[in-house]
Design a binder for this molecule. Structure first.
Ligand code: DCP
Ligand code: CA
Ligand code: CA
Length: 367
């Protein structure tokens, strides 16, 4: 199977770069953007700092007074966050980035995934050129630099991006994933916080390579099924989550013409079975569950009708799917009189994947 080609674009020292954009005289000086809590003049935390300030050990999250201390004697400039301004710049850049992608997923104020598989016809060489082209365009249109990682999936693209900052461009081809990931410390994987890294250390796991080789059954025993399997896959660079617009009303559907116009349920179900099977293949591939099943009927007078049913919980099970389709057609035939010419099956509300993602995210936040 041909590999996907996925990019992760992450804008460099974003809030601070926005400040440099509006006031170019800041360039070259340490710039710290802070969230001032207002209790005392210096209480609050660093939101981000430019790379000049980072050389002095100033980074996101540290207290402002500590940043001040580390930057003593320099020309450091401290500024309060101006979220509205950053949002505006972000919106414009995101709109431009979206134009380069087959599918696009914004993953934060300053980062986005681009699936460019079709755009580059599966070629990582072409993807590298495209990434450079996007960097140049964003630099000249908006005056903003970013780092980008290119890989066969979101996980690899993200880690590739992080590996070279600022203004980086890192390409990891499918055949290079293992070599790229293995030497990295485990905490480079999303979800491996300090606590989990410490636990892994006691198991003799320090690098992503150690984790990749570790018995998956043991991981499941220690971390539970969801996380154990996730860690195993992540360490092996496996990630099938699609790049997709968040909140996008997505659906998968198939439609076909019947051999003859009919009201015979058996004939209709023969055809819908083919369609449901086809859809199920895609569901398995995309690793999603769905909560809504719909049918479409085009009658001999070419009028089109649809019916749908929402299930109690997300499914990916073929049998329940078929039964629901059957019920919907039975009911529909009772409500109509004409013969049917074409039939369609549709699923939507891919809730399960979302829940899974939420479970993982909330778990990670607990670390
Ligand atoms: N941010 C924040 N507090 C944090 C982390 C980030 O307020 N603890 C804000 C400020 C950052 C923006 O989110 O500019 C994006 O976060 P990143 O983690 O992408 O960091 P930067 O863009 O600042 O730097 P980098 O060049 O490492 O991407
Ligand atoms: Ca960033
Ligand atoms: Ca970011």
């Amino acid at each position: 199977m041909q590999s996907r080609v996925v990019m992760l674009v992450d804008l460099d020292y974003f809030f601070a770069q926005c400040e440099e954009l509006r006031n170019p005289s800041l360039k070259g000086k340490p710039v710290v953007v802070g969230v001032y809590s207002g209790r005392t003049e210096d209480s609050g935390a660093v939101s981000t700092a430019n790379y000049v300030a980072r050389k002095y050990g100033v980074k996101s999250g540290i207290p402002l007074f500590l940043a001040k201390k580390r930057l003593e004697g320099t020309e450091a400039v401290f500024l309060p966050v101006d979220y509205g301004f950053y949002q505006q710049i972000s919106d414009e850049i995101m709109r431009a980035l979206k134009g380069y992608a087959d599918s696009f997923e914004q993953a934060g104020i300053d980062e986005a995934y681009l699936d460019v598989t079709l755009k580059v016809q599966g070629s990582f060489e072409a993807a590298k050129e495209l990434a450079q082209k996007i960097k140049d365009a964003v630099k000249s249109q908006f005056g903003i630099t970013f780092s980008v990682g290119v890989g066969p999936n979101k996980l690899v693209a993200k880690i590739a991006c992080d590996s070279q900052k600022p203004d980086g461009l890192t390409v990891v081809k499918p055949e290079g994933v293992a070599v790229f990931l293995s030497p990295l410390p485990v905490d480079r994987l999303l979800g491996v916080g300090r606590k989990i890294a410490a636990k892994m250390e006691t198991l003799g796991i320090r690098t992503v390579g150690d984790l990749a080789k570790y018995d998956v059954q043991r991981l499941v025993e220690v971390f539970g099924k969801t996380l154990g399997v996730y860690f195993h896959n992540a360490a092996n660079g496996v990630d099938n989550t699609p790049v997709q617009e968040t909140g996008e009303a997505e659906s998968i559907s198939r439609i076909a013409t019947l051999k003859e116009n009919t009201r015979d349920l058996t004939l209709i179900l023969e055809k819908t079975d083919e369609l449901t099977e086809d859809i199920c293949k895609e569901v398995v591939q995309r690793k999603v569950g769905f909560r809504q099943v719909g049918i479409i009927a085009v009658m001999t007078d070419l009028s089109m009708h649809s019916r749908s049913q929402t299930l109690e919980k997300p499914i990916s099970d073929m049998e329940i799917f078929r039964r629901t389709v059957q019920e919907l057609f039975e009911k529909f035939l009772g409500e109509s009189e004409l013969e049917i010419r074409r039939i369609g099956v549709k699923i939507s509300r891919f809730a399960e994947e979302e829940t899974k993602q939420k479970q993982l995210t909330s778990f990670f936040q607990g670390n």
